[in-house]
Write a new protein. Structure first.
Ligand SMILES: Nc1ncnc2c1ncn2[C@@H]1O[C@H](COP(=O)(O)OP(=O)(O)O)[C@@H](O)[C@H]1O
Ligand SMILES: [Mg+2]
Length: 288
């Protein structure tokens, strides 16, 4: 089996300087934070174990969902897989290349759409696409061909000559996807692609992501939305406190659990079974 993404026992800690007053308790919302007790009033060093031994496999052409609450370690994992963050220990291969040993080759094979997005707001969509295409080394004619093709794929026609700052959230996301795939990557990473979008725009984006999949692209997306993982992912992993707690197809995962009210099990029932908490409640807390 050739995997588009393989990760073995990935780990990442962040050093954290915590200023702790005598008698104060806790280091804030740091999940697996570890720190030595300093003398009262001292600044003490602590670390957040953001990713604590993640192993996963994604087959070529698969949509893989990485589902978990805020702070679970999704972005940290994704940033290691995309070479943006060094790996503390463990190893990963993406599109056949080792992310630590061959970061340059990995970068040529992937697209990455971060949670914040990367479009230049005062420029138009077309200007953004032209610049990005040229940065990837495409010839001017190729760039124009790609813009026409991406415009059809992601319904950008009406938008291309407007400044990005006038776009709605969903329109901006579609442009960001176009920017992320203009160089025809084998593997596309998306961090929380629909967070902040209204239901209608989310649905439209799901349809566009499905179209990319039909074109054969491998997609690794993070989300804290249960329905998004359920709808889009061929397979998914549930991550909590830096560790994978469940993995499989949505149907297989739901088949392993019972719903407390006797209804059809959901991925939230899976999350509850593994963690004792409801992802629905945690995500709701985050958005308040
Ligand atoms: N640069 C950083 N410095 C310190 N802590 C960080 C940093 N990035 C992430 N963390 C911490 O690591 C944990 C995982 O964060 P993250 O990977 O962003 O989670 P998610 O994407 O699932 O919301 C959190 O506790 C977060 O506060
Ligand atoms: Mg994140």
């Amino acid at each position: 089996m050739v995997y588009a993404i393989e990760a073995h026992d990935l780990r990442k800690s962040f050093p954290l300087k915590v200023r702790k007053r005598a008698g104060a308790s806790g280091v804030g919302d740091t999940g697996g934070a570890e720190g030595a007790e300093g003398a009262g009033g001292d600044a003490i060093a602590a670390s957040v174990e953001a990713v604590r031994g993640v192993t996963l496999y994604v087959a070529a052409g698969e949509v893989f969902g990485f589902l978990g609450p805020n702070g679970a370690g999704k972005t940290t994992c994704q940033r290691m897989l995309t070479t943006l963050l060094s790996i503390d220990s463990g190893s990963a291969q993406v599109a056949g290349y080792d992310v630590s040993k061959n970061p340059h080759e990995v970068r040529q094979q992937i697209g990455y759409i971060s949670q914040l997005g990367g479009a230049d707001l005062p420029a138009t969509g077309r200007e953004n696409l032209r610049l990005t295409g040229r940065l990837y080394g495409l010839a001017p004619r190729q760039v124009e061909q790609k813009i026409a093709q991406l415009s059809r794929l992601l319904s950008l026609d009406e938008l291309l000559d407007r400044k990005v700052r006038t776009y709605s959230g969903g329109q901006k996301r579609r442009l960001e996807i176009a920017l992320g795939i203009i160089h025809e990557p084998q593997v596309l990473f998306m961090d929380e692609p629909t967070t902040g979008l209204d239901p209608q725009n989310r649905l439209s984006l799901w349809q566009h992501i499905s179209k990319l999949r039909e074109g054969g692209m491998t997609i690794f997306l993070t989300t804290h939305y249960l329905d998004e993982a359920d709808q889009l992912a061929d397979r998914l992993a549930i991550i909590d406190h830096g560790q994978i707690v469940a993995e499989g197809t949505p149907a297989a995962l739901k088949g392993q659990v019972k719903n407390a009210q006797g209804q059809q099990p959901t991925l939230d029932d899976v999350f509850f079974e593994k963690t004792g908490r409801s992802l629905r409640d945690i995500s709701w807390e985050d958005e308040k």
